[in-house]
Ligand binder design. Structure first.
Ligand SMILES: [Zn+2]
Length: 223
């Protein structure tokens, strides 16, 4: 009885350890997955199917609508998001209802959330999303300019943005360099100085920004 009594708790303990490890792993994956499923501003589900996902220079994902609300509200929580120039609209490709790399057909994101997520990136300025492996191969090429394998727009190897990266040191350096050059994340030139209260109907008002954003919205790539 003593032996049995002693062995059972040990097994339970082991089970508990295994359970907690599994839980830890699950929660790590869950955090990682969350950044793919939920808008980093509103925490609402990301609306991939509507093609309205944007990203900042740190590779975070947002519903465009939520960012527009943020810009209009002039909320200072995210000081790096002051204008649509601080964002790039992403162009995802879908295959069988899953987001996939248009070049190597790797499934990037299973919308059912079953899988771990391989590294992938988007290119600036075009916003095309491809597998990280593909981007690595392309940027190794010596040809100049480097062309986006999806839309053929030229891009520089420094403008390959990992999505939801674990480390943003390189991205911070890139942004600091762009700022020094007077450029925004989307590579358009920053305004010198705007006159916010002149009331002249200049296109820098939030409403105008929203209208411009809608006008500039691009269709998602559906395959
Ligand atoms: Zn492209």
């Amino acid at each position: 009885m003593g032996n049995d009594g002693g062995s059972i708790p040990k097994r339970r303990e082991l089970l508990r350890i295994n359970e907690s490890e599994a839980q830890v792993n699950r929660s790590k994956l869950s955090v990682k997955l969350d950044s793919w499923y939920y808008c980093s501003i509103s925490e609402e589900p990301l609306r991939y199917s509507e093609g309205t996902i944007v990203s900042d220079y740190r590779g975070r994902l947002y519903n465009k609508e939520s960012v527009l609300k943020h810009l209009i509200s002039k909320n200072k929580d995210l000081p790096h998001l002051k204008s649509l120039k601080d964002l790039v609209e992403l162009r995802f490709c879908f295959k069988d209802g899953k987001i996939s790399c248009p070049i190597n057909k790797d499934i990037i994101l299973d919308l059912d959330g079953k899988n771990d997520i391989p590294a992938f990136v988007y290119l600036v300025p075009c916003g095309c999303v491809v597998s990280g492996k593909i981007a690595k191969e392309i940027t190794k090429l010596k040809s100049k300019p480097i062309l986006c394998p999806v839309c053929n727009q030229p891009f520089e190897h420094t403008n390959v943005i990992p999505i939801n990266p674990s480390n943003t040191t390189d991205l911070e350096s890139r942004m600091a360099r762009l700022r020094r050059e007077g450029l925004s994340h989307n590579l358009s030139r920053r305004h010198k100085k705007s006159r916010p209260h002149e009331g002249s109907g200049e296109p820098d008002t939030p409403k105008k920004r929203v209208m411009k954003a809608e006008k500039d919205a691009k269709l998602i790539c559906l395959s």
